[in-house]
Design a protein around this ligand. Structure first.
Ligand SMILES: [Zn+2]
Length: 381
């Protein structure tokens, strides 16, 4: 395993050389991505191939970038949910890395063993609105069978055309904790189920191997902050169906760390986690990982808020008071949005805030606190 740890450490050190600096904010516009992809292809001296994979409901181009000429095909798709751009940016960092390091042995090995198929930004209409769903109002990750969205048709068609052995299904997740712990989940992983019994077959076991490889890489940088995503079978989702169609699929969910609103660090983790796992696949060493590393990951828990203000006093009419903590959320689907909302009042000692504020000695009148309503907390604390 030393080979992979060494590689991911190297990637960690060198990341800033390959990070695409034009992407600074999570809400990247589809046009900026297209421009960057064109730049890459021009600079890559033939290493990258690009083609239109089809068009979105509102006629935006969805493009497939491919490279490598190996026997094993790997498809990587991101941003089926329009507000989940972290991995789209990481894919661009990875593409940038691959053609800039073509003289490195590991890059050569990856590109001679694998055929990489990148589909960054599958839902450009949703991205243009910074919303989860497509322009038709559909969650395209529940459209793998009905295929009423052109975006889902594109992904299904590419699976059918290339029959990739491996797939990376790249998302951002809701603010979550590591099981019931007061620890925020940085990365969530899942080998999707193929039926309600969650049974294994060869395809799923292969994806569990790469989930273990990915976890080992992550543990060097975020030990104890990797979780397992809900593994209930979802008959309409792409991950689950990709596995059924023969593509060993790993769901990677970008989570959160404190003081990282644009998720730069999580993007970096995607970069080195994906590249290290591709190396594990290219070298066939992925089969040497212990499956229990993935199997024993704790599930995501729901004991986190964006902001927790602790130890305040609520003033009621008359002289009565209540000691309490306040939980505040900015979450809309999987992105943050103003205004903040007050989502919890009471004992939050077993919860964790992305940001924690000590309100000791401070009080607030009851009239300002309405649950699930906007709450301009910064005016009072
Ligand atoms: Zn998602």
């Amino acid at each position: 395993m030393k080979w992979m740890l060494q590689y991911s450490q190297e990637l960690f050190q060198e990341y800033s050389d390959y990070r695409v600096d034009e992407f600074r904010e999570r809400s990247i516009h589809p046009e900026l991505l297209q421009k960057k992809l064109d730049d890459f292809v021009q600079q890559s001296a033939g290493l990258l191939r690009i083609r239109s994979a089809g068009r979105s409901f509102e006629n935006r181009d969805i493009r497939l970038i491919s490279t490598g000429n190996g026997e094993i095909s790997v498809i990587l798709w991101s941003q089926m949910h329009g507000d989940e751009s972290t991995a789209t940016m990481a894919i661009c960092d990875i593409i940038n890395y691959l053609f800039k390091t073509i003289n490195k042995n590991i890059t050569r090995q990856i590109l001679s063993s694998l055929r990489l198929l990148f589909l960054p930004l599958l839902n450009p209409d949703g991205a243009a609105r910074n919303q989860r769903r497509t322009a038709q109002g559909i969650d395209m990750n529940r459209d793998a069978l009905a295929l009423v969205t052109p975006e889902a048709q594109i992904l299904k068609q590419l699976q059918n055309e290339f029959k990739p052995q491996f797939g990376f299904n790249l998302h951002d997740q809701e603010l979550s904790t590591v099981g019931p712990k007061k620890e925020i989940a940085a990365i969530g992983l899942l080998s999707p189920s193929i039926n309600h019994d969650k049974s294994d077959n060869d395809v799923r076991i292969r994806s569990k191997f790469i989930a273990s490889a990915f976890t080992v890489t992550m543990n060097q940088f975020i030990q104890g902050k990797v979780t397992k995503y809900d593994d209930s079978f979802e008959p309409r989702a792409f991950g689950d169906n990709m596995q059924k169609w023969g593509t060993s699929t790993l769901l990677v969910e970008s989570g959160h760390v404190p003081n990282d609103p644009e998720k730069d660090f999580i993007r970096k983790l995607n970069f080195l986690g994906i590249l290290s796992t591709l190396f594990a696949i290219a070298s066939s060493k992925y089969k040497t990982f212990d499956l229990s590393i993935y199997d024993q990951l704790p599930f995501n828990g729901k004991r986190a808020y964006d902001v927790i203000i602790r130890n305040i006093v609520i003033e009621h009419a008359g002289t009565k008071t209540t000691p309490a903590d306040l939980g505040i959320s900015y979450q809309v689907d999987t992105h943050s949005e103003l205004p903040p909302k007050l989502v919890d009042i009471g004992d939050l000692h077993s919860f964790v805030g992305l940001r924690e504020i000590d309100g000791k000695g401070k009080s607030i009148p009851e009239s300002l606190l309405s649950i699930n309503q906007p709450f301009e907390w910064e005016r009072y604390f």
